[in-house]
Design a protein around this ligand. Sequence first.
Ligand code: T3D
Length: 257
Amino acid sequence: MYETIFYSVENGVARIKLNRPNTLNAFVGLMNKEITKAIKAASSSEEVRCIVITGEGRGFCSGQDLSEVDENMDHGQVLREKYGPMIKQIYQCEKPIIAAVNGVAAGAGFSLALACDFRLLSDRASFLNAFIHIGLIPDSGNSYFLTRLVGEAKALEISVLGEKIPADQALALGLATKVVSSDNWDSEVNQFAERIAALPTKAVGLIKRTIKAAGELTFTDYLEEEAQGQRIAGLTKDHREGVQAFMEKRKPTYIGK
Ligand code: T3D
């Protein structure tokens, strides 16, 4: 079904593993399309309550496959047709998405990680805003997300200097949720993903929606968005379960509905 990624679902977690390890999982057009398709499938599956994106081999994603770039390429068109739809699908997804960054994330591979909700980094991972080294500007939502995460001054340094950011530095900058030892990588990623998958999924999606609205709306409009979100959350079975579990002094079991 997929040629450039692996896609699987287990224990409520959809796993998308980029599978072009010889290039450190560089993007080709088909991979953009397959990631977009997989996120769409996971978004609409009742079974899925969390999505993990990771890379096969020693890299997470090295950005655009440079062997496919030539002087006749219209970079704007490539972004509109391939990268934009992929990043939008991630941005608009109401389910939590974890970038499990197993190795280097460069160029649009860094952008892919930035677009996710959580970034778990292996101690072998690094970020590299590689665009400047080939005379391009950060794309695929990169500056939009990076500026929100680290502020304008740091985003400019990272983008213009193009220095490699090791995992510990990424954590200090607020670019990582957590740094995980490569010795326990798979089990730590699974544990974290399953913890997220066990949350009240609708509420998580509504939190994502309201946090985005907080950065985009006026205060009055934001309050309305919040009221609409809380109304929806208040109608879920998971809300009822949370209240009931509290009253009965037991741990809640959420079903994501
Ligand atoms: O139109 C548009 O605008 C398109 C959108 C563009 C968005 C972008 O992403 S632009 C940025 C593109 N990416 C880069 O410029 C990064 C290029 N790669 C690197 O700088 C380095 O490979 C890394 C820092 C990522 C990793 O370095 P290192 O030393 O760990 O590994 P390596 O030896 O450089 O790479 C290993 C192999 O992967 C190597 O192949 P080989 O020699 O073993 O056969 C290398 O050529 C290949 N590889 C790595 N990155 C890419 C790649 N092949 C094609 N495209 C790549 N991006």
